[in-house]
Design a protein around this ligand. Structure first.
Ligand SMILES: NC(=O)c1ccc[n+]([C@@H]2O[C@H](COP(=O)([O-])OP(=O)(O)OC[C@H]3O[C@@H](n4cnc5c(N)ncnc54)[C@H](O)[C@@H]3O)[C@@H](O)[C@H]2O)c1
Ligand SMILES: [Zn+2]
Length: 351
């Protein structure tokens, strides 16, 4: 168990015994479980089985990032209201980052805040979304633009959930694992490079290592005033591409877009911070080997710039990036011109 500020992260809690104990000890008036259509089918039976005898009120929403919005929040708040949730109720968020971010946001705002517990079921949510306290939804095509910081009562990590996770979702989450190594640990990045096939990874240790990197960063800077910005590496360009891809015939998953963002932002790092060319090549080739090429011509580049300008991390109208000096070392608040950003997109397209 890792103690993170005021909540615990439990690894592979056998039969969810600690969760059962936590729910019982807290004497919650009602226990709600938020799932999407997929986690309802694949993950809920595991939880129901483990918590047999405890009454669970299930709230099911449709799966997918396009449902991470205020309309779905209204549906969740209504369900809580209709089923008479009160301040002593708890919401268990059983799903990927969409369920965790949106469920946490709904719980934190319902009756000025009820307890919530994260039970992430995707690789992405286990190594990234479930810790750090960022909660929220997308608004007007801008990712996570409505939200707040708040911590759950606990996080339960159970890697067996990955058994039913579609392969592209596993790869999507893996992009965050790669990102953590790129900003913090060259040795770990080189080890990832040596793995033949990510699908047969030792998930327990990979999740643990990756999570430790995020944990140490968010503990030092919970409100993203300085070094937490390093976790945005690949995301300034990645988020814009992700949102715009939803309007094309080839919508990208979060991690797939972040992988493109990381390649483009490595190019910016090479140009602006002197990231060595051989490291730029190594990162580009590695990510290219993992993710299918996305044709950026599908998206108008001026739209990418417009969306990047709306990024939450920007300050004083300047586009702010976290870039790499070398693998394992970063610098925050680096400004790049529009022309150079366009060049970085062309670099990705020609790779
Ligand atoms: N809060 C943060 O700090 C933070 C960090 C990174 C990402 N995020 C957010 O997380 C979201 C992406 O998370 P995600 O990739 O987990 O997306 P997701 O929640 O949409 O899950 C991906 C897909 O997998 C399905 N699924 C989930 N678990 C499954 C399982 N065990 N078996 C079968 N299917 C399963 C879901 O239904 C969905 O279709 C984005 O909205 C992103 O903004 C938040
Ligand atoms: Zn991310």
């Amino acid at each position: 168990m890792i103690q993170l500020q005021d909540y615990s992260i439990h690894f592979q809690d056998k039969n969810f015994a600690l969760l059962r104990e936590q729910l019982t000890t807290n004497a919650y008036s009602k226990i709600f479980v938020l799932v999407d259509s997929n986690t309802n089918r694949h993950c809920l039976p595991i939880l129901q089985n483990a918590l047999e005898g405890i009454e669970l009120h299930i709230i099911t929403i449709q799966a997918g990032e396009i449902h991470k919005n205020i309309e779905t929040c209204q549906f969740i708040w209504k369900a809580l209201m209709q089923q008479k949730a009160d301040r002593k109720s708890v919401l268990l968020n059983l799903g990927g980052g969409v369920i965790g971010d949106m469920g946490g946001f709904c719980a934190s705002t319902f009756k000025r805040g009820i307890d919530f517990i994260q039970i992430p079921t995707t690789l992405l949510a286990q190594v990234d979304a479930s810790i750090g306290g960022k909660l929220g939804v997308d608004f007007e095509l801008v990712k996570n633009s409505i939200g707040l910081f708040n911590n759950p009562q606990a996080v339960y990590l159970y890697t067996d959930f990955f058994k039913t996770l579609p392969k592209n979702e596993l790869y999507s989450g893996y992009a965050e694992v790669v990102k953590h190594t790129l900003i913090q640990n060259k040795e770990a990045f080189l080890q990832l490079n040596q793995m033949d096939c990510i699908e047969h990874s030792d998930w327990e240790s990979l999740v643990k290592d990756s999570l430790y990197i995020k944990k140490s960063i968010v503990e030092q800077d919970p409100f993203e005033e300085n070094i937490r910005k390093s976790l945005n590496f690949g995301h300034t360009i990645g988020h814009a591409i992700e949102s715009l891809s939803w309007e094309t015939d080839a919508p990208l998953l979060h991690g797939e877009a972040v992988a493109i963002g990381m390649i483009a932002e490595c190019y910016l790092s090479y140009k602006l911070l002197g990231l060595p060319q051989h490291e730029l090549d190594l990162i580009g080739q590695y990510l290219k080997s993992l993710y299918a090429k996305f044709d950026l011509h599908k998206i108008h580049s001026t739209n990418i710039i417009t969306l990047i300008q709306q990024d939450k991390k920007n300050e004083h109208q300047q586009i702010c990036f976290t870039l790499l000096n070398k693998i394992g070392a970063f610098k925050i608040n680096i400004h790049a011109s529009e022309a150079l950003i366009l060049e970085s997109l062309a670099y990705y397209n020609n790779l």
